[in-house]
Write a protein that binds this ligand. Structure first.
Ligand SMILES: *[C@@H]1O[C@H](CO)[C@@H](O)[C@H](O)[C@H]1NC(C)=O
Ligand SMILES: *[C@@H]1O[C@H](CO)[C@@H](O)[C@H](O)[C@H]1NC(C)=O
Ligand SMILES: *[C@@H]1O[C@H](CO)[C@@H](O)[C@H](O)[C@H]1NC(C)=O
Length: 379
C-alpha cells in the first residue's frame, strides 16, 4: 500500500499504530465477560457426576471421603469438594454445572457438563488397537456428539441458539491427561507415549473447531498439570538410584514434568493457529501447569503444608499413594485437614488447590489472553 509522504517517512510509527489498533481490536474480544452458562468437556478434573451415573460398577469416588469438604457426601467429583469448574460457575454467579447424564434438559439453562472421569481425548478404538486399557469409552469425540444432539433442544431458534452459545463459556479440558496416564501406568515407554501427543492435540483442535462452527465464541482450553508432582506418578516411577530424575527444588520428577510441558507447548502452538483461523473467537489458554507449579514450589506461601507431594487421602507409602488401597477403599485413610494439602488422592487435587488454581486463572495471570469475567458495561 502507498503511504502518504508524512507516514512513509515514519513507517515504523505507522506500523506501531496499526499494531496498537490490532491490540485494541483484540482486547475488545477478550473482555467479553458476563457468561450466562458453561459448557464443559473433559475428564475427572471437570466431571461433576457423569461417571458416577454412567458406570454400573461402583468406584472409589462414590465413597466418602470424596465430597466431604463442601458437599458432605460423594457427588461423583474426584476431590474432597469443588473443582475448578465449580469455582468458575460460582464466580460467574450461575448454578453449579449439572452433569449431562441423568439430568433432563430443563436443568441445563445455565450449562451442561459432558466431562467424564477417565475420559481420553482419543477414541477407545485407538487404545484397543494398542492393547492399552482405558477406564471409559466416553472420549472427547463422544462428548462432542452428546453436545451436538442436545443442542437443538436447548434453544428455540437458530438465532436464539447463536446468542445463547455466544454468551456461554466453553471449557475444553483439561483433556488428554488420561491418554498418557493409561499407557504410562501400563508401563509403556516415554518414547511410545510421546508419539501420541500430536494426535491428542489434533483431536482437541478439531473439537474446538467443531464447537466454533456450532456457535461457540469464548473457549477456555486448559493444559496439563505437572504429572511429575503427582503422588501416583511419584510412587509408580519412584527411583532411589537416580537422584537426577528429581527436581531438587520441588522433589517432582523432571522428565515427567517435561512431558506435560511438551503437551502444553504443542497445545499452545495449535491454539495460536486456531486464533488466526477464527479471529472472532476468543480462545483462551489456561496454564494449569504453571499455576500448579507455584503450589509445588512455594506451598507455605499459599497456605499449604511444606510436605506438598504427600496425598491427603491414601493407603500409605512415601507419598501416601498405594495402588492396593486407594482413597475411598478399605485400608486407606484421609488427612485431618484437606485444606492444607494440594494432592487429594494421589491423582486429583484438593478443593483448596482447585480454588487456588481458579483464582490464578480468573485474575488473568495464568490465562492467555487473560479471561475477564466481569460484565461488559454496555451503554
Ligand atoms: C467400550 O467398548 C468396548 C468395545 O469397543 C466394549 O467391549 C466395552 O464394554 C466398552 N466399555 C464401556 C465402559 O462402555
Ligand atoms: C498398601 O496397602 C496394602 C493393603 O491395605 C497394605 O498391605 C500395604 O502395607 C500398603 N503399603 C504401604 C507401603 O503402606
Ligand atoms: C474487565 O472488563 C470490564 C468491562 O469491560 C472492564 O471495566 C475491566 O477493567 C476489565 N478487567 C480487567 C482485569 O481487564
Amino acid at each position: 500500500m502507498d503511504l502518504p509522504p508524512c507516514l512513509s517517512m515514519f513507517k515504523p510509527s505507522a506500523y506501531l499504530f496499526i499494531v496498537f489498533l490490532l491490540f485494541l481490536a483484540q482486547t475488545d474480544g477478550v473482555f467479553s465477560g458476563c457468561y450466562t452458562s458453561i459448557f464443559s468437556f473433559g475428564d475427572s478434573l471437570a466431571d461433576t457426576g457423569n461417571y458416577a451415573y454412567a458406570e454400573e460398577t461402583k468406584r472409589v469416588y462414590d465413597n466418602l471421603p470424596y465430597g466431604e469438604t463442601f458437599f458432605h457426601q460423594p457427588t461423583g467429583r474426584c476431590s474432597d469438594g469443588r473443582l475448578v469448574i465449580d469455582f468458575i460457575a460460582q464466580a460467574l454467579g450461575i448454578s453449579l454445572v449439572p452433569p449431562y447424564l441423568g439430568h433432563s434438559k430443563k436443568d441445563f439453562s445455565q450449562g451442561v457438563n459432558f466431562a467424564v472421569v477417565g475420559a481420553t481425548a482419543l477414541d477407545s478404538a485407538f487404545f484397543e488397537e494398542r492393547g492399552v486399557k482405558i477406564m471409559t469409552n466416553y472420549s472427547l469425540g463422544v462428548q462432542l456428539e452428546w453436545f451436538k444432539s442436545l443442542l437443538p433442544s436447548l434453544c428455540i431458534s437458530p438465532s436464539n441458539c447463536n446468542s445463547m452459545l455466544g454468551d456461554s463459556l466453553f471449557l475444553v479440558g483439561e483433556i488428554g491427561g488420561n491418554d498418557y496416564n493409561d499407557p504410562f501406568f501400563q508401563k509403556r515407554s516415554v518414547e511410545e507415549v510421546r508419539m501420541i501427543v500430536p494426535t491428542v492435540i489434533d483431536t482437541i483442535s478439531s473439537t474446538i473447531t467443531a464447537l466454533i462452527d456450532a456457535g461457540a465464541v469464548t473457549l477456555m482450553v486448559p493444559g496439563n498439570l505437572p504429572i511429575g508432582c503427582s503422588s501416583s506418578y511419584l510412587t509408580i516411577f519412584q527411583s532411589s538410584q537416580d537422584k537426577d530424575d528429581y527436581d531438587p527444588s520441588t522433589g517432582c520428577i523432571t522428565w515427567l514434568n517435561e512431558f506435560s510441558q511438551y503437551h502444553n507447548q504443542l497445545l499452545q502452538n495449535e491454539l495460536n493457529r486456531l486464533r488466526e483461523l477464527h479471529p472472532h473467537a476468543n480462545i483462551i489458554y489456561a496454564d494449569y501447569y504453571n499455576v500448579a507449579m507455584e503450589l509445588f514450589q512455594y506451598p507455605t506461601r499459599s497456605g499449604f503444608k511444606q510436605d506438598v507431594l504427600m496425598a491427603c487421602c491414601g493407603g500409605g507409602g512415601p507419598y501416601n499413594y498405594n495402588l492396593t488401597a486407594k482413597c475411598g477403599s478399605e485400608g486407606s485413610s484421609s488427612c485431618e485437614d484437606p485444606s492444607l494439602y494440594v494432592n487429594w488422592d494421589g491423582v486429583h487435587l484438593t478443593e483448596a488447590a482447585y480454588k487456588w488454581i481458579t483464582n490464578g486463572l480468573l485474575k488473568g495471570l495464568f490465562t492467555t489472553p487473560p479471561i475477564n469475567i466481569s460484565c461488559k458495561l454496555d451503554s
